[in-house]
Design a protein around this ligand. Structure first.
Ligand code: PEP
Ligand code: MG
Length: 752
């Protein structure tokens, strides 16, 4: 076994453990700790700074500095040497602190006489809880081993803090780190509000004994955990659902490589030799990984570090003998995760009241599923997984894209008011259910809903939608780990039509490629997938796949009317070709004596600007057109719909875009081709109104938007709306939004 590094940390750690075991008050413990550390490191000063809140550090105990400054001295994270250590989550040492860049003189502490300085972050799985500092008068350079030794000690302090070893009445900075309220400002993944308790997808582990009794035993535990980890990964690699060469396999191959990485493992072994329990040794490595992850901008490397992070979680799960994720669910569960795959999310199922993700993107599959399930979802909620503990109280405000963890009373009150207002509005929408969306001047707008899962269909009745304007068939494929069979698909389509009870359903053929990647299909890396091999392009190039979907749609219709449309068509020929193949399939099915749909309508999505300028014959041939605004807008403005830097840069109510929508509407009207809008914008009040004013008479949206949009349409005069828009357009405004908003305010229209 290697020799312990530097300071005799195992002796020191045992002394710390004894302090933890003793009865006593938090402050007393901290005082003892600083004195024991100073003693064993031959330092004249040892101080512990803990986080008072997100931005402030407070000196909570010291051996050597002026005792009067305890709980008085505070600094901002990022300020001074101590603040910088907390900010960067990295140790810092210097022979001459006074002349070190960033040094901040705090006269009340009397530290100016101490020249040498070594500080390390007190952190737990990447979350900095405070800073541990030692200082000496003489100019000396602390060795690497001393830095390492102090880091190990800091790990134990972090675990002790988590156990609540330092809690004290009235001392905010000494409270358990996971007791303070935390507000996460993320972005909207799916609107809606929810209140409940946290279920962590990857739970934190509270380690009762961070110090190893016997390093030999801990070493053995780690070794057996590694054997189990490696065999788990081997099992995953031999899973027959894994494609032979696909991306999924590459992920597990990378896992395997990490699981056999000697450097990763030997760093954990070093920590055990220094006196840490195996779990804490894993956590120490995990902290380092997470700190590195935060600093990396290279997406590929970040992903690899995520893999390592996942593996650390697995190791911890093995070491602590914990259950698999999601075993314990309760009513009102709010799932908190760094990120989550669509299948995992669906596994948690309908019991989930809300989801908060630290990462995710608006177009990710998890977001698509959460939308389909109508679960309020916040994404990009920075640091939420580190701040939350299982069972914590949490409020999810999907409308504002934020979450409140362990909320204070005032926050709860405001939230409850918001919920009550929403409920009132829901009642109002319910009362409108049977009424048409007809404007004051008698223009009738048809409101349909978007869907993609069987679970969505009950909303058809409750929302008052007049049909499904867009059924995204790829969701059925995305959620599976293997290719669906023909009979399964035909049954699914049939059940969709059963649930619609005669209301029209527009099935969009598979729109895979781009962001929607099937886990079981090998895919070429594409430099720009949104403009790559996707939608109808993939369909036409894979005739077998397309035929299979046509067959199942025809069979699923079971003699009822069938509406089909194609995604991502960029030119007339693509539509003509796809349409012909569908007609050929109908003929083939007829020959085989399958029941024919009583009516077949073949339409197309308008998602590329080029299609708006297609020959007249295109508009004549299409039975209907549906504007896929999500894609159309991204190609119109050349702004990636998933890129946070640009996604909201161009307003949908931008005059150029509205003019374009108007032209499309006019061209369709000229040929009597029914046209609708089914992108997300159809479900936003001002946008929906503007589209109606531009001539669109059918809008398809998420079910929750139907009530508010109907209420607004019924309130306004559409020709007045058009006038307001025309004036704004004539005035040279870039967007008609301000004018429309002002006008709606002035007439007291319910537009939020
Ligand atoms: C669209 O692009 O507007 C659309 C409805 O399709 P999706 O969001 O599935 O790409
Ligand atoms: Mg699209």
């Amino acid at each position: 076994m290697p020799t312990p590094k530097g300071v005799k940390s195992h002796v020191l750690l045992k002394r710390l453990r004894d302090i933890l075991a003793e009865q006593g008050e938090g402050q007393e413990r901290l005082n003892k700790i600083t004195s024991v550390i100073a003693d064993s490191m031959a330092a004249e000063v040892c101080s512990i700074y803990l986080r008072r809140d997100e931005r402030t550090l407070e000196l909570c105990a010291t051996e050597g500095l002026n005792p009067e400054s305890v709980h008085q001295t505070r600094l901002r994270v990022g300020q001074g040497l101590v603040g910088r250590i907390a900010d960067r989550a990295r140790p810092f040492r210097t022979k001459n602190a006074l002349s070190a860049k960033g040094f901040r003189f705090m006269p009340e502490t009397g530290e100016e006489v101490y020249s040498s300085f070594l500080g390390v972050p007190v952190q737990r799985v990447g979350e900095v809880l405070g800073v541990l500092v030692v200082q000496n008068k003489a100019e000396r350079q602390y060795t690497d081993d001393e830095v390492y030794g102090l880091e190990v000690v800091a790990m134990v302090i972090a675990e002790m803090a988590e156990l609540g070893a330092f809690t004290a009445e009235g001392q905010k900075a000494m409270a358990m780190p996971h007791q303070r309220p935390f507000h996460a400002k993320g972005i909207v993944g799916q609107e809606g509000v929810a209140e409940g308790h946290v279920l962590l997808h990857e739970p934190h582990i509270v380690i009762a004994n961070p110090v190893a009794d016997d390093p030999e035993v801990e070493m053995y535990r780690l070794a057996t955990a590694f054997i189990e980890l490696q065999s788990e990964i081997d099992d995953m690699l031999s899973d027959e659902n894994l494609s032979a060469t696909g991306e999924d396999r590459a992920v597990f191959e990378a896992y395997k490589m990490f699981a056999h990485d000697k450097g990763w493992r030997s760093r954990m072994e070093d920590s055990i030799v220094s006196g840490l329990a195996a779990e804490v040794a894993v956590e120490k490595e995990q902290s380092n990984t997470r700190t590195r992850m935060e600093r990396l901008t290279d997406l590929y490397l970040r992903e690899r570090l995520h893999d390592l992070d996942d593996l650390s979680n697995r190791l911890l799960r093995i070491l602590t003998g914990r259950e698999q994720n999601g075993a314990e669910m309760w009513e009102g569960t709010i799932l908190v995760a760094r990120n989550i795959g669509p299948a995992d999310l669906l596994d948690y199922g309908r019991k989930l009241k809300g989801v908060v993700l630290e990462e995710g993107s608006v177009g990710s599959h998890a977001v698509i599923v959460a939308r389909a399930l109508a679960i309020p979802l916040v994404i990009h909620a920075a640091r939420i997984t580190r701040k939350a503990l299982n069972g914590d109280e949490i409020l999810v405000d999907g409308d504002a894209g934020e979450a409140h963890l362990r909320p204070e009373e005032s926050v709860k009150l405001a939230f409850h008011e918001k919920v009550a207002m929403r409920e009132e509005a829901q009642e109002e929408y319910a009362a409108l259910r049977g009424l048409p969306a007809e404007s004051k001047d008698g223009v009738r707008i048809k409101l349909e809903m978007n869907a993609g899962l069987m679970n969505n269909l009950p909303s058809l009745e409750s929302s008052g939608a007049e049909g499904v304007g867009l059924f995204r068939t790829e969701l059925q494929f995305l959620l599976r780990s293997n290719f669906p069979s023909r009979s399964w698909l035909a049954d699914t389509y049939s059940s969709v039509l059963d649930s619609a009870e005669g209301l029209p359903v527009t099935f969009r053929t598979l729109d895979i490629g781009s962001d929607k990647v099937l886990p079981y299909m090998t895919r070429e890396e594409e430099p720009n997938p949104a403009m790559g091999w996707r939608g109808i392009r993939l369909g036409l190039d894979r005739p077998g796949l397309m035929r299979m979907q046509f067959q199942t749609l025809i069979r699923g219709a079971k003699g009822r009317p069938l509406k089909v449309m194609f995604p991502m068509v960029a030119q007339f020929d693509e539509f003509r070709e796809a349409r012909q193949r569908l007609l050929d399939e109908v003929a083939r099915e007829k020959k085989q004596r399958h029941l024919m749909p009583s009516k077949l309508e073949i339409g197309v999505m308008l998602e590329t600007p080029s299609l708006a300028f297609a020959p007249d014959q295109f508009f004549e041939l299409a039975d209907f057109i549906s504007i896929g605004g999500n894609d159309l807008k991204q190609f119109f403005f050349a702004a990636d719909r998933e890129n946070e830097h640009v996604r909201r840069r161009y307003d949908t109510l931008n005059v150029s875009f509205l003019n374009f929508i108007e032209q499309i509407s006019e061209r369709c009207n000229k040929f009597d081709t029914p046209v609708s809008f089914c992108g997300e914008d159809a479900g936003r009040s001002l946008e929906a109104l503007a589209f109606a004013a531009m001539g669109l008479r059918t809008l398809s949206m998420r079910p929750a938007s139907i009530g508010p949009i109907k209420r607004l349409i019924r309130f306004v005069d559409l020709s007045e709306t058009k006038k307001v828009i025309d004036e704004a357009r004539a005035s040279g405004s870039q967007s008609v939004r301000p004018a429309l908003e002002t006008w709606l305010e002035s007439i007291g229209a319910p537009h939020r």
